[in-house]
Design a protein around this ligand. Sequence first.
Ligand code: PLP
Length: 281
Amino acid sequence: MTTRRVAIWQNGAARTVGPDEPVVTAFDQGLGRGDGAFESVLVAGGRTPHLDAHLARLHRSARLMELTDPEDDAVRALVAAAVADWPADVEGVCRVFLTRGLGEGTPPTLLALLAAVPAETLRQRDEGVSVVSLSLGIPADFRATAPWLLGGAKTLSYAVNMAAQRHAHAAGADDVVFTSLEGRLLEGPTSTVVWAAGGRLHTPPVETGILAGTTQARLFARAQADDWPTAVTPGTVEDLRAADAVWLLSGIRGAATVTRLDGVERGDAGLSQRVRELLAR
Ligand code: PLP
């Protein structure tokens, strides 16, 4: 049975509950304030091959947000409970949520949801995405000096990210590349920007406050091992226009080739195949 799954960590153990059963109180700070962190973990072949990288980032988010950091074993048990018996031929997305619970001094809320990867996500993985660039209005160097802005944490507060995607949809595009106040490249609302130019793969610096992408890290490690040099580069939208290829990378959608940027069609110089092969290794 695919459908939807829910697992919750309570009293030191993971247990699954019916998808329509209540699992958090209405007073949870994650609901009322978006005060929590999350991870979206790919389930493929009934397994979670990249869970370790997501665990590491969940810990980083917890540290940056001063949330009670769960043990690795708790998160692993929770994900295992959600994923148990998931059919090997259905790709899934397992979302792990960690919230501040009822507030200071109370246990955090830790739960996992599992559902099939949406058909539209699979389509974008195969066919690519049209993208618009939108300014986030923050100087590129500011978040490194402003810990209260939670740069680098994957917080539950994604309302702006979702609004940016709706804005893109209204403009006839699929997705967004955020830029800084000065026009420097940041990231997508749910993805890391990577481009190929001058025989190298490039991605913007995490010092801008963007999320460190687990998929980008995996791609760069494998590209380097395959003699494809990589660089952290503070680029602009102009660099994306001039690039041989541009991708939006994320764990669930994989490498989505950018086929249109701000209304202008663009190609991938045949490089997407190599990127996909590297990610699939
Ligand atoms: N940047 C943001 C803002 C994201 O939400 C995501 C997706 O989780 C990413 C980048 C890509 O991260 P990953 O490759 O770990 O999925």
